[in-house]
Every structure is written in C-alpha cells, then in structure tokens.
Ligand binder design. Structure first.
Ligand code: GAL
Length: 373
C-alpha cells in the first residue's frame, strides 16, 4: 500500500481523520486527501433488496407493511413486528430510525395489543393489527398512528388510532372506526407537499379511497377520491407536477403485478392503470406499501417500498426497496439488485455489477385481471 493510500484508509475509518503527511506531499495534495477521506466516510450506503436486512442489534428488521416519516434529519420506519415473540394472541408495531435509509436502529415496539386487550366493541374475535402509518400533527404536536385493526377473519375491517407525544414513545390506543363509514383493510399514507395528510384505504365493495384527515388527524374528514379499482397496498407520490398512485391486486400474501396511474389532481381523473414491472415477475415477488420521496440538494428520488411476504415464516418476510424510474407520466420498477442512496444529494445508484435479485416464488404467467367496479 502506498503511503498516500495508507493515509486515506486510516482517515476514512476515523470520524475526525488524522492525516500524517508523508514526506514530500504538497499541501494541496493533502487537502485533496482530506476531502477524499471525508467523502469516503460519508459514502452512500448500500441496500440489498430481498436479503435479510439487519438492524443495529444484528436482528432482522421487523417493519413489515410499513410507513416512514422524516423528523429533522432522521427517518422513522414503523411496521408490523412479526418476530416469533408475537404469537397470534399478541400484535406489535416496531419503530426504527436512520439518517441514511440503510442503517437502522431499533427504537422499540411502540405499540402492542393482545387479544385480551382488543376493544370490547370490535366485532368478531381474534386480532389483526397491520400496516401502521404514523403522521406528525404540527398543531397538536402529537404523533398519530393509524393501523388496520381487524378481527381474525378480517370481517371487522376498521382502522385503529393511537397517539404519542414523542415519535418513538409508547402509543396510547384512542379509538377505532370504519373511515367514512366504509370497510377499510390495507391502509396507506400520503403527505402532500403542502403538508396535508391523507389516508389511503381499501374498501372492498367500492375501490380505494384517498381521504383527507381532520385538522387534528384523529379522524378521516373527507373523501378526496374514490378510485373504483379493486386494489390494496395503496401508495401515492407527488412528483414533478403529477400524482402517481400505485397498488396491488387482492391476492392475500401472494405477489401479483402491481399497477400505477397518474393524475394532475388527487381528485382525479386518474389515467388507466399500467404495470410497474414486467407482469410475469409479479412485481419481483413483492407488494407495495409506500412511495418514499427523497428531496436532495441535487435531485429528487422516489423509492418503491415493498414487502416480500413469507406467509408461513412471517418473521422472515423480506423487503424490496428500489429507486423508481419516474417522470412524464411513466413509472417503472427496475430489476432489483444492490443500490445506494445519498440522502443529502438525493442521488441513487444501482450497482449494475451486482447480481440481480432472485425472485423467490416462481414467476407466474397468469396475469391478474385488473378489476374495476
Ligand atoms: C394482503 C394484505 C396484507 C395482509 C394479507 C393477509 O392482501 O396486503 O397486509 O392483510 O393480505 O392475507
């Protein structure tokens, strides 16, 4: 190793690089070495779709069907904790934090409920708590969590609302209801550029709703649009003057070809729905849960967050996150492989030398019919 390389390597490993100038190295070269070392220390982190994604404790991240909010420079990822500690009598929602979207720190199970603790007036028996989404309300300074709350046979079809004064505190269960009086199973969250908060919910007889939350976020105030499509795993992003909505067909834990449509206004009209990936890959074995927009100093990226469910070993379900090719009314999920993001600049880069992710289930050639109402 050359002396200059040795300096660089040492500098890259230290948070405050100590640079010992090798004999004869000019001050200008030293400055170059120093900034290279700092850049190396802040290099974009790599995300590996489909692999086990470990947290700061070395444990597989449990944030399935998740949602993300950013507070200051920190991203908080909430999702279903399906670790084996939670049997079918207990449900948990975990929270993780990260400043780079790749390294996640477990902050705790911020909400738990057991079958014994389920609201007495929730119809049916058994308990389902899925797809948590947390919103921060500036006016009340409260963190408001929505969750899909259901009976074991998914017949109650309600949302539950829980609140906390801190992002990773214990969320206190407040109430449960059917939003706008309609059935609600999978939910999604959307915060528009002007800060308005929306809940997306799947209403089996009618389609999927984009609904505005009340001022305090504790109730669902108004239907902005009912898209008459049988779709779940709903997510939205506002990008370059257009709204993009995505969702999956209704095939339970099994993956299917996810679709997208665009509109200039949330109220629609929405374009025809199209595939986000080659349909025979069934969205590369995943199902949508959120579209995460990262606005950086150089560019804006949109990340597709999907779940790769393993119904019989739920705790080992994986994540498929990939930066989308998006713009001018088109959206495409590229073939998954290792990639990185610099959250400061917003730039992403797919490692084309890395092998493409293997699709875990045999791709199906059977196309799910897009069912409208
Ligand atoms: C899926 C849904 C999941 C879960 C599952 C249960 O359609 O997206 O969140 O509810 O069904 O079978």
């Amino acid at each position: 190793m050359s002396p200059a390389a040795a300096v660089l390597t040492a500098g890259a490993l230290l948070s405050t690089p100590i640079l010992i100038p090798p004999a004869g190295l000019a001050p200008i070269a030293l400055r170059t070495a120093r900034s290279a070392a700092i850049t190396a220390a802040r290099r974009p982190e790599t995300i590996h779709p489909g692999e086990r994604w470990l947290d700061n404790r070395g444990e597989h991240i449990q944030a399935h069907g998740g949602g993300i909010i950013r507070i200051g420079d920190t991203y908080y990822w909430f999702g279903e904790d399906r670790s084996q500690a939670f049997d079918n009598q207990h449900r948990g929602i975990a929270c993780y934090s990260s400043t780079d979207l790749a390294d996640w720190t477990f902050r705790g199970d911020v909400f738990t409920m057991s079958v014994d603790e389920r609201p007495a007036d929730l119809p049916g028996t058994g308990l389902v708590v899925e797809r948590p989404k947390v919103f921060y309300n500036q006016k009340t300074r409260q963190f408001v969590m929505y969750m899909h709350l259901d009976s074991g046979n998914y017949a109650a079809a309600e949302v539950g609302v829980a609140v906390s004064d801190t992002v990773d505190g214990t969320y206190r269960f407040l109430k449960h209801f059917r939003p706008l009086g309609q059935q609600s199973r999978d939910i999604g969250q959307f915060i528009d550029d002007d800060g308005t908060a929306y809940l997306i919910f799947e209403d089996r007889p009618h389609g999927f709703h984009i609904a505005r939350l009340s001022d305090d976020y504790l109730s669902v105030a108004e239907d902005v649009c009912l898209v008459p499509m049988a779709m779940e795993g709903g997510a939205l992003v506002h990008y370059d003057g257009l709204y993009y909505a995505i969702g999956s067909h209704l095939t339970g834990w099994n993956p299917n070809p996810n679709l997208y449509a665009t509109a200039t206004s949330l109220a629609g009209p929405w374009s025809e729905f199209k595939d986000i990936a080659p349909p025979e890959t069934n969205t590369y074995g995943s199902q949508s849960t959120l579209l995460l927009k990262v606005v950086g100093t150089k560019t804006t990226s949109v990340i597709f967050m999907g779940d790769m469910w393993r119904p019989r070993t739920q705790w080992d379900s994986r994540y498929l996150w990939m930066p989308l090719e998006i713009g001018h009314g088109n959206l495409r999920l590229p073939q998954p492989r290792a990639w990185s993001i610099d959250v400061e600049t917003g730039e992403t880069s797919i490692d084309m030398s890395a092998p493409a992710m293997e699709i875990p289930f045999p791709p199906s050639s059977v196309r799910q019919a897009a069912r409208g109402f």
